[in-house]
Design a protein around this ligand. Sequence first.
Ligand code: IPM
Ligand code: MG
Length: 360
Amino acid sequence: MEKNIAVIKGDGIGPEIVTEAMKVLDKVGEKFGHKFNYEQLLMGGCSIDVNGVPLTEETIEKCKASDAVLMGSIGGDTTTSPWYKLPADKRPEAGLLGIRKALGLFANLRPCVLFKQLSGACPLKEEISRKGFDMLIMRELTGGLYFGKRYTEEKNGVMTAVDTLEYNENEIRRIAKKAFDVAMQRRKKVTSVDKANVLDSSRLWRKVVEEVAKDYPEVALEHMLVDNSAMQLVKDPAQFDVMVTENMFGDILSDEASMITGSIGMLASASMNETSFGLYEPSGGSAPDIAGQNKANPIATILSAAMMLRYSFKMEKEADAVENAINSALDAGYRTGDIMSDGMTLVSCSEMGDKIAEFI
Ligand code: IPM
Ligand code: MG
């Protein structure tokens, strides 16, 4: 098969980690007889430097015309980078939110798995990490606080800022369906996370999720308040299969979930629309502190590329091959700095990519 991939390397460690994912994809192409064509596009800080804006129509149109988008990370150091002197809607993050919205990527899938080889890097007590865990956070990505009306104004002489959290039933229904569909392919359990003891948007969320659940009698549904969910994630992560939640809660809980896998450098993500089209990116940020040093962990990006093969291209055995190759590299003791432990072999970002490609 021949596939056209739009590539947004982005800022910080983005170019380094995406280069490794492309290396692994090329090896997959060679081995399985596919051709992956890449078109590199600008978004985020690098687009501001060249175009004056974080996201251009050209980037959006070229992404739309592609079979899938592979992305690294965007943004810089928020205290020192000149990008953060710009108004909020001209900063790198506005590009990321803009592309999510423009491509209709409402479903963000973030799988969190504790690789057995990394159980030592898990900050939880051994009695908890021993059980392992394998969950998927289904985060709503184009609604809620991120896209609600916001403004800052002076009210009776007092500076006042407003953000609004709005969801309609259709937005809730489509993400709930995605969560149940994915649960059907997994262990058939959905935990819907909300703050229904306080928020109206959460009460509607709960009602709509319950309606959707009726179409999936095989899936067990539970509701959990977001504060309790944050606690349960570190107390007993093995209890979760699919966790579905709104945008902001999903942002926060997925960082927490990534940390218990050992490193945010291990967490892949897929952002999908109603079809099989998706944008694939690691869940972590641009890590400006280690950018350009060939130190970053490329595994989350390589895992994201595996998700692209599986979800957008329906290349199941190719996706398995990538995941197995990552396991083999970890089994062989190769570790980037973030997941390094005694007795293992410290490798650079590009060496980790080489090793994984070799194991394909
Ligand atoms: C993420 C990131 C983004 C988000 C930022 C960079 C805007 O934290 O993908 O989780 O909050 O969605
Ligand atoms: Mg985040």
